[in-house]
Design a protein around this ligand. Structure first.
Ligand SMILES: Nc1ncnc2c1ncn2[C@@H]1O[C@H](COP(=O)(O)OP(=O)(O)OP(=O)(O)O)[C@@H](O)[C@H]1O
Length: 284
């Protein structure tokens, strides 16, 4: 299996404060990886380090091939027209595919002579995505491309990414606060919390490995309250556990598979819990 991106013991600090600490992860080629975490978790710092905008203070990060980056804020120049934006992209990117860029924007109905400032937020995001893709990267890194977009535009961007990944060898790493936006498109999950990687793995594998157990509160004090508990809560006489492991420890629990949002939230609320199944599985 080819690894598109690998970080080993990665650390980045701003002055004395570590924004990333001992981060290790690997993303296989061809995956669409979701990078989620709360404000200040270190997502932008990680993405900047991956694309070479920041140098690590510890450990290392490596990308197989070329990476393209779509930044969080204003990745385009407002005063440029769409056509001028493409000209600018062509000058910066040696591997630029002009026919692809022009055809993609025409297909989306975005006029070449329109100023960027006069495009909708969704159209601006599509132009920025086109510029990033026209450089024919092996790894596309997107920092919150869906922020400030309405649900329809968010859906269009994610669908565009799915089409691109289906059409060519491309790995995508995309950060977002909104897990629901990522569920249909992403097949790899990275949870970053307080500058540390809590989860990195195949989403289907992660979902198959986590259960939500509900039952009488006293069960939570028994053998089920074991090492696999990611998060536990009690309401009245009932306990609810999110556990890592596919077997039900006691038949009195009622068990169901965890969904992606529950899984992410459970890890975010339990900074000490970690699930890193992929680290041992993915080898270059
Ligand atoms: N240029 C900087 N100088 C000093 N501290 C910084 C700088 N950039 C980020 N930080 C700090 O590093 C930590 C990680 O920030 P980062 O922007 O990477 O997080 P994030 O997960 O992308 O957050 P958000 O979701 O809010 O965009 C935060 O504590 C932040 O305050």
């Amino acid at each position: 299996m080819t690894v598109a991106l690998r970080a080993t013991g990665l650390g980045v600090r701003y002055r004395r404060a570590w924004a990333l600490r001992d981060c290790s992860l690997a993303v296989p080629a061809g995956r669409v990886a979701a990078l989620v975490g709360p404000n200040g978790a270190g997502k932008t710092t990680l993405l900047h380090t991956v694309v070479g905008l920041l140098d690590p203070d510890a450990g290392e990060v490596s990308v197989t091939g070329e990476a393209a980056f779509m930044a969080q804020d204003k990745p385009l120049y407002d005063t440029f027209t769409v056509a001028e934006t493409l000209t600018f992209g062509r000058r910066l990117n040696p591997g630029w595919d002009d026919a692809y860029a022009t055809a993609r924007l025409a297909g989306l109905g975005i006029p070449p002579d329109r100023r960027v400032s006069r495009l909708s937020g969704g159209q601006q995001a599509q132009v920025a995505l086109t510029v990033a893709l026209a450089g024919r990267p092996d790894l596309l890194v997107l920092d919150e491309p869906l922020a400030n977009l309405d649900p329809l535009a968010r859906h269009d961007i994610m669908r565009s990414l799915m089409v691109e990944v289906a059409d060519r060898p491309l790995t995508v790493l995309i950060s977002s606060h909104v897990v629901a936006d990522l569920r249909d498109t992403c097949d790899w999950l990275i949870v970053l919390n307080g500058g540390r990687v809590q989860v990195s793995g195949d989403i289907d594998d992660l979902l198959a490995e986590h259960l939500v157990l509900t039952g009488p509160a006293e069960l939570a004090d028994g053998p089920a309250a074991r090492a696999g508990v990611v998060e536990s809560s009690r309401t009245g006489g009932r306990a609810r556990l999110l556990v890592r492991g596919a077997s039900v420890p006691d038949p009195r629990w009622s068990a169901r598979p965890a969904d992606l949002e529950e899984l992410v939230m459970a890890y975010l609320r339990s900074p000490e819990a970690a699930a890193l199944p992929a680290l041992t599985e993915v080898t270059a």
